[in-house]
Design a protein around this ligand. Sequence first.
Ligand code: ASP
Ligand code: MG
Length: 408
Amino acid sequence: MLIVQKYGGSSVANAERVFNVAKRILATQKEGNDVVVVLSAQGKTTDGLIAKAKEINPKASRREMDMLLVTGEQQSVALMAMAINALGGRAVSLNAVQVGIETTNTYSNARIRKIHSERIENELEQGNIVLVTGFQGVNMLGDMTTLGRGGSDTSAVALAAALNADLCEIYTDVEGVYTADPRVVKDARKLDEISYDEMLELASLGAKVLHCRSVEVAKKYNVKLVVRSSMSDAPGTEVKEECKMERMLVSGVAADKNVSRISVLGVKDEPGKAFEIFDLMAREKVSVDIILQSNGHDGRQDISFTIGQEDLDIALKALEENKERLTAQEIAHDENVAKLSIVGAGMATNPGVAAMFFEAMYDAGVNIEMISTSEIKITLLIPRKDIDEAMIAVHDKFKIASVNMRKD
Ligand code: ASP
Ligand code: MG
């Protein structure tokens, strides 16, 4: 078998853990497999690099940020190669340029366009374990790019797809995908399996266990994906197309604190204004999430929307600069918000789920600021201070930990 394994930053945080992972990799090879391993930067290395950059230039360009951040993953693969070699194995580390991981030009949030498989295949043929830097790529200009925070998962799944691997294992510091963040919700339960679609929603709504685009890629190329712990031999969670074993009303609750709300107030109530605002955001490469347009008054209306916190400065600057053209009276923003979402494939066919969600918020005394729904998810924007309490309340309401499991 050809297996792609990905180990997250916590799994390789120090020398002891590097050796722990090196042993796992060697054991996988010993079972007769070809092994390609994708690594993240050690522990909080990426955060540390970002903090360093901020000290020097808080408005550093995304190009230079990427140039800096890719060094974290490069450290990990080189150190892991040394560990494997020290244990008597044979490993070679490669960065994105050496492999040929081509991405779009967008710095700090690039997308993989193509992965060249020749170099990796050559190394495998020679009996090497191949260690590849996660999170990074190279764009058409030959510059280093990164795939967005947590992007190593996407590197791994894309590699698995490009190499036609039999399995892609994502190793992390929890035992799989949980019904809610187990650090907040004490009775959160590990799922044995989850569908690509549900996982996609959970990941995009703030469940940090998998990078959202990794699930997109897995679904598109039908990559066999498993999320499991690098510290134990527990089987983990399988992410797949169809889940037959359990189809729950709500399979997971996700919270995202990395949100800000922007309100463009008093915009002239005429065609084209929403287009102008969101076209401006698109040009700045800011992704917009929940959108709310208020009823007009005096020929004017308010348009509010949420964005990732990291885009706040860029978005506000662009809006302020275009305030007149947009006919806005004021640009307001709120950073003290968070998103709480429930996801479940069973939701589409069960009326009353939204009402139960709102009731849970009412019982917990939490005020709802914005609402957004799709077939298999409901998202609320609520005050950030209430997020943990609200997550526990909704997890409890749907009794996700115990009952509500429908076999079909
Ligand atoms: N090191 C990068 C980050 O912290 C990528 C990753 O860990 O997946 O976001
Ligand atoms: Mg991660």
